[in-house]
Write a protein of this length. Structure first.
Length: 99
């Protein structure tokens, strides 16, 4: 990333944060900031967690949990697909033997 790229300003819970970012990553950064802001607002609005730092930690834990769930689900899908492909291969191999 070049030093001439000005930081991108993102808003999280009404506070502005400048973040250094390459032009290629700006769109994803803005999406991530909006997602984080949404998660933090949901937690703040429950009224059960007080303080920006605690809200941020809870949001980070929730996002990490979502990530791990999706990662686990996709690896499960990959294993399921691999098992189905293996079964198909066995059926195909079995079909050639009887021809």
């Amino acid at each position: 990333m070049s030093e001439s790229n000005p930081p991108i300003k993102v808003q999280i819970l009404g506070k502005e944060y400048p973040v250094a970012c390459s032009p290629e990553e700006q769109h994803e950064l803005l999406i991530a900031a909006r997602y984080l802001d949404e998660k933090m607002r949901i937690i703040r609005d429950t009224g059960r967690v007080i303080g920006t730092e605690r809200i941020a930690v809870m949001a980070a834990l929730n996002i990490a949990h979502e990530f791990l769930q999706r990662s686990h689900d996709s690896s499960g899908s990959s294993q399921n697909l691999a098992g189905r492909l293996s079964a198909m291969r066995e059926r195909l191999d079995g079909g050639h033997a009887s021809d």
